[in-house]
Ligand binder design. Structure first.
Ligand code: NAG
Ligand code: NAG
Ligand code: NAG
Ligand code: ZN
Length: 434
């Protein structure tokens, strides 16, 4: 028996290794470089090369704090390095062979999955159907506090679902709503476990010290917005970021848009490319994508009570707020306050190799953008609307699964802290004394 089992195990491992090898061949010749950005000017040079040389900014960098990490295709590599040298920007090789880097990460994921049969999906990189099964199970097992909602189909027909978690079936308007979603960007795999783990902690594993989070706050959690892109990044292209819509009137070869440029706020203005094949193509109109429309619909339906909206991304250790054009909302100080509390709460248990969370306006801390979910939340009136960038530990989008539990735990601390402090703001807004 033992031998048979081992044989099957080995067989599956080599099968995964083989299929992984062919899958990642599309990145053959790609290299990844560390770039020592000294100032804003250096960052802007990199930002321009995203458009002109189609480089992929894995990490934007922050002068004096962390280097930028940039992936480039072989045909653009010489020009990319020349422009860095011409501008006196130091750089070094970070990943020599992206294909074998991704193969190794795939192998690690398949080993992890093989060793954790029947594992809970928030300790893993679950596929769409596993996430869907988890949401359905939680809803049917805890009907007194959980309602599952199907927003509708993705472009390819997958149901995009979310959970509403409440002790009062969302009827008590003295409670604020905390709305979070994950996976607008397909390749940012570690974001879905964080959303699923939050469900777990609120429903299956509510600890006495967190009782207030469920008693005083209603929750909306959508773990997998861009389900099509996510599945595509599992099966086909690991570094796929966009949705998977096809619009022959726009382009016959390139699919999808950047979901986080597709919202109706300063749409198609800053930090975008009009090339329909670009990773920052915003779509020909706002909400061209059904999936971003579903997020919009939740924001609109509950706008009076959503006190905090959290759009979870990976990676870089940032808490970011509006607006992507560098202008600040009127409550910028409060936004900074709550964001700093979130970041500091996470930092308490961060790993030594992770950066401290940086908190600030997304255009000042990172780069200019338009049409983002974070900006849209702020624009329609959510008091506290954030982008959260989880840690990458140098692995960028391929965070090894052994780190998932760590990221879940530490991020939950930040979510809990931000929920509590935003509740105080909500009560002040409603003139409810504590
Ligand atoms: C919650 O309220 C909705 C109406 O908004 C209703 O359809 C549903 O049956 C209620 N669920 C429970 C558990 O009371
Ligand atoms: C699609 O976009 C690519 C890249 O910009 C371009 O080369 C190609 O001509 C476009 N095709 C169509 C049919 O518009
Ligand atoms: C975008 O917002 C503008 C201004 O609020 C509105 O007129 C327009 O209809 C919206 N477009 C879409 C596609 O939602
Ligand atoms: Zn992202």
């Amino acid at each position: 028996m033992m031998d048979v089992h081992n044989f099957i195990y080995v067989f599956f491992l080599s099968f995964f290794a083989l299929s992984a090898a062919s899958k990642n061949d599309v990145y053959s010749g790609y290299t990844v470089h560390g770039v020592e950005v000294k100032d804003r000017g250096d960052q802007e040079i990199l930002q321009e090369m995203v458009i002109s040389l189609d480089v992929d900014l894995w990490q934007y960098g922050f002068p004096g704090v962390r280097d930028a990490i940039v992936m480039v295709a072989s045909e653009n590599k010489d020009e990319f390095l020349k422009q860095l040298d011409d501008n006196g920007i130091s750089h070094y090789l970070h990943i020599e062979d992206v294909t074998s880097f991704l193969n190794e990460q795939d192998l690690e994921v398949s080993r992890w999955r093989a060793s954790k049969r029947n594992a809970v999906p928030f300790e893993d990189y679950p596929r769409y159907h596993e996430i869907d099964a988890y949401l359905e199970r939680i809803a049917s097992q805890y009907p007194e506090i959980v309602t599952i909602v199907n927003s509708g189909p993705s472009f390819e027909g997958r149901s995009i679902k979310y959970l509403k978690i409440s002790t009062t079936n969302f009827t008590d308007t003295s409670k604020p709503i905390y709305f979070m979603n994950a996976m607008l960007h397909a390749r940012e795999w570690v974001t879905a476990p964080v959303a699923l783990y939050s469900i777990h902690r609120l429903v299956e594993d509510l600890r006495s010290q967190d009782r207030d989070l469920l008693d005083n706050i209603d929750w909306i959690i959508m773990p997998l917005v861009n389900a099509d892109g996510y599945e595509y990044s599992h099966i086909d292209r690991r570094l796929w970021r966009r949705t998977r819509s096809f619009n022959p009137a726009v382009n016959l070869t390139c699919y999808g848009v950047d979901a986080n440029r597709n919202f109706n706020v300063s749409h198609n203005t800053i930090g975008i490319s009009s090339d329909p094949c670009s990773d920052v193509y915003p779509g020909h109109i706002p909400f061209s994508e059904r999936e971003t429309g579903y997020v919009r619909d939740i924001l609109h339906e509950y706008i009076d009570r959503i006190q905090l909206y959290l759009d979870i991304h990976s990676h870089g250790n940032y808490v970011l707020y509006a607006y992507g054009d560098r202008s600040l909302p009127p409550n910028a100080l409060d936004l900074h306050h709550v964001g700093a509390i979130m970041g500091a709460a996470i930092d308490v248990m961060k790993l030594p190799q992770a950066g401290f969370y940086l908190v600030g306006n997304s255009a000042l801390v990172l780069y200019g953008s338009s049409g983002s979910a974070q900006d849209y939340g702020q624009h329609v009136g959510v008091p506290f609307s954030y982008t959260l960038e989880l840690p990458g530990y140098g692995y960028a989008f391929s965070v090894p699964p052994r780190f998932i539990a760590q990221i879940n735990e530490e991020t939950w601390l930040g979510i809990a802290a931000s929920a509590r402090v935003s509740l105080q703001y909500y009560r002040a807004r409603l003139n409810i004394s504590n």
